[in-house]
Design a protein around this ligand. Sequence first.
Ligand SMILES: *Cc1c(COP(=O)(O)O)cnc(C)c1O
Ligand code: SF4
Length: 339
Amino acid sequence: MITASPHFAQPARWQQLWREAISDPHELLKMLGLSHLQQTLLSTPTNQFPLRVPRGFVARMRYGDATDPLLLQVLPQAAELLELPGFTRDAVGDLASRSAHGLLHKYQGRALLIATGSCAIHCRYCFRQHFPYAEETAAANRWHEAVEHLRADDSISEVLLSGGDPLSLATPKLAESTAALATIPHIRRLRIHTRLPIVLPERVDAELLSWLTRLHVQCVIVLHANHANEIDESVAAACARLRDAGVTLLNQSVLLRGINDSADALAALSERLIECGVLPYYLHQLDRVFGTAHFEVDDVRALAIIDELRVRLSGYLVPKLVREVASAPYKLPLHDSRI
Ligand SMILES: *Cc1c(COP(=O)(O)O)cnc(C)c1O
Ligand code: SF4
């Protein structure tokens, strides 16, 4: 994964905050009063997926709590080095479904563009941490090729921007890249998969909102929050700004052991999301990617948690529990064995 921050002529406030993100695990532990945990850290200097976490996100972590659900999402731990059977480097078959550089056309009707490899935060469970972004980034001059593929296939009505985090591109670059989509009549929706409004809500600035408001197609943003504590007032305000710009907001989460693997945690997340006008969409079973085994929750427990959520919450607040299977035509729902 590319970890350098984007280049900006005149950095906006969010770009400044991006640059000030914490990248030293020792500094992070010290800020949280947890320096005694240093020996559990991952200590490989050649690690290609280093710590990265914006200071505003760190501020939402609990001081002195080694089990904080936000901290555990970003702290590089020695457990990542465990070689376990079944955990590979391309667990979701991305490499097989590539149809033009940076374009993944795996499902009918929608195609996903890898807009950039950069992220404001590095999530330790991320299935894309081993993806060869350097070659596969649509923004890196291969955009034209991807757009021509979209133009030629009128079965595609929705374009997904993903990554990495597509909102890590500066807004003028986003606008420039998506302008070509306006010339393709069969593209009716733009969907953006992003964690930035959660981890760096300052990204939702006037410039971004102005671009979103002027889009010629309907826009859906799929946020990515895993725990209610991630959504403080600044995130709630960012969601309100996005909704005011006419954007439909959904959220996807990953089910993570020790972080959100309880009905209490997920119910609190759904309640917090709907307060912000965001509907829960997917709850993903972890992709079995090398270095993430310590986050895995088994299917029986996952289904039991969802069952409890169904009892406790309005139906629309229960996310769909799914797993991505390389050859499947959609993200497969996990089924209750009683049906
Ligand atoms: C997840 C994904 C999509 C979107 O799937 P939905 O079920 O529509 O959310 C599209 N393309 C790829 C390659 C994906 O991984
Ligand atoms: S989960 Fe999303 S934001 Fe986190 S590292 Fe992966 S792509 Fe980036």
